[in-house]
Design a protein around this ligand. Structure first.
Ligand code: NAD
Length: 483
């Protein structure tokens, strides 16, 4: 058993201390690979939130991070990165068990979290303003200042790396941060508090609270004591948060869902496409906002692509995340039912279930890897985010038709183009309505490449230098030299 769990540290990390739930409340956390309870975590309520808000404000007002020498702030982030690597093995096992993902993917998630802290640690002393020429009688310059208290609400699919993705630039910019962890798998993220504690991040500069979205999350984002909201999650929750933010006029960053399409032309490398399909829709059981949820295939190769996709889906090794299989469970019984319900609409809408289509009869919440073929672009399964191991394949005739189909949902997170024709790849990439386009490799890019959506996929960008500017605001200072 993990030391963290044995020591009962799956608590709330508030003002540098480990705090029990309000009134001793605890939250049961299940292992999706067995459908059995795995552990529990202290559940924060109103009193703990008030304490975290007060501590964050005090930390910000003291200038704990904002007034630290920027290079020292950078070194602090590098120290956090080292401490994250030190807890990686312990954290990965917890994350694997509470989320259902493979142990390797859980390790990678901690590694990615460390990389975010290194990346933003390197830029903490490079957040430079501008000098604006106004003629000889004035000196004018801009500075970037932190917002103050940044409230960050995290989803369950990549709790540790998504939390780090927002926390690292927030700290680099000098904000105090309160993170609300996802209720389905909060414990590995709570462990991140251990890395912050060991790195001697000032008390109150970061708090991590385990809470229920509709309760603690809603209170956090509605609070007039926060200065910024960073949300990653579903569209309905994003809409609820934006309504709350409208009351307080709080700047918000929205990283929401997707229904992303790969456009596969006749000259595509189909071996590469199959590799991309495997990671694009079956990695993390398809519970990825930027999943390859649709595959639009040129009619001339359609009859080759569909059977290859089917044999890929049918051949995946299924198992518990601890055994590092190719296919893992979805997060919960509710999620599994949601996926099955949506798939049940596919055939009525004219699609063919070419592989999978139903849950696997075994312990845990396993959905069969599913390929839906001949999917009409207007079918529900082609329009709504399924958030599971299910992709929709649709044939097209012309480039223009493919672009119209790819752009024909309310979302616009990522998109892909598979072709050996360089001119076409650029031409199509420019026309795709998405924040990021992958050419010939799904998920190409990394922590330094900006990521974010268009339309109902949200607004603002995470990752890369671009993201840093979400965590600061510009102040202009104009000085008259007359007189
Ligand atoms: P969700 O919206 O149900 O929950 C996300 C977080 O919001 C959780 O921490 C939850 O507790 C909290 N929450 C719920 N109701 C709330 C409220 N009223 N006020 C404040 N907080 C509240 O999403 P989920 O099911 O955890 O995650 C899956 C969704 O997230 C998918 O739609 C996926 O596409 C999206 N996602 C997007 C990105 C991205 O970067 N664009 C990354 C990962 C996941």
């Amino acid at each position: 058993m993990s030391d963290f769990l044995r020591d009962g540290l799956a608590r709330n990390y508030v003002a540098g201390s480990w705090v029990e739930g309000d009134g001793g409340a605890r939250l049961a956390v299940e292992d999706p690979g067995t459908a059995q309870d795995f552990a529990d975590a202290a559940l924060a309520g109103e009193a703990t939130l008030a304490r975290a808000l007060e501590a964050a404000r005090a930390s910000f007002d003291r200038g704990d991070l904002a007034d630290m020498q920027p290079s020292a702030r950078g070194r602090l982030l590098l120290r956090v990165a080292r401490e994250i690597r030190a807890i990686k093995a312990e954290g990965a096992e917890i994350l694997c068990r509470e989320s259902g993902k493979t142990l390797d993917a859980a390790r990678d998630e901690f590694e990615e979290a460390a990389l975010y802290f290194e990346y933003y640690g390197g830029v903490a002393d490079k957040i430079e303003g501008k000098s604006i020429p106004l003629g000889p009688d004035y000196v004018d310059y801009t500075i970037y200042e932190p917002h103050g208290v940044s409230a960050q609400v995290v989803p369950w699919n990549f709790p540790v790396s998504i939390a780090a993705r927002s926390l690292a630039p927030s700290m680099a910019a000098g904000n105090a941060t309160i993170i609300k962890s996802p209720e389905l798998d909060p414990i590995a993220l709570a462990l991140l508090g251990k890395a912050l504690e060991r790195a001697e991040v000032p008390a109150g500069a970061v708090s991590i609270l385990n809470g229920i979205g509709g309760d603690l999350g809603a209170r956090l984002v509605a609070s007039s004591a926060v200065d910024q909201i960073v949300f990653t999650g579903s569209v309905p929750t994003g809409q609820a948060i934006l309504r709350a933010a409208a009351n307080t006029i709080i700047p918000s960053l929205m990283e929401l869902g997707g229904k992303s399409a790969a456009v596969v032309f006749a000259d595509a490398d189909l071996d590469e496409l199959m590799k991309s399909l495997q990671s694009g829709i079956f990695f993390n059981a398809g519970q990825v906002c930027s999943a390859m949820a649709r595959v639009l295939v040129h009619r001339s190769i359609y009859d080759e692509v569909v059977p290859r996709a089917v044999s890929l889906a049918d051949g995946l090794k299924v198992g518990h995340g601890m055994d590092n299989p190719e296919h893992t469970p979805v997060i919960s019984a509710t999620q599994l039912s949601r996926i099955e319900t949506l798939i049940s609409t596919a055939e009525q809408d004219g699609a063919r279930i070419a592989a999978g289509g139903r849950r696997l009869e075994c312990e845990g919440h396993f959905m069969a890897p599913t390929i839906l073929a001949d999917v009409s672009p207007n079918a529900r399964v082609a329009q709504e985010e399924i958030f599971g191991p299910v992709t929709c394949i649709t044939p097209f005739e012309t480039e223009a038709e493919a672009i119209a189909m790819a752009n024909g949902t309310e979302f616009g997170l990522v998109a892909g183009v598979f072709t050996r024709d360089l001119a076409r790849s650029h031409r199509v990439a420019r026309k795709l309505r998405a924040g990021q386009v992958f050419v010939n490799e799904w998920f190409a890019g990394g922590i330094s490449t900006p990521f974010g959506g268009i339309g109902k996929s949200g607004f603002g960008r995470e990752k890369g230098l671009e993201a840093l500017y979400n965590y600061v605001r510009t102040k202009n200072i104009a000085i008259s030299l007359k007189g």
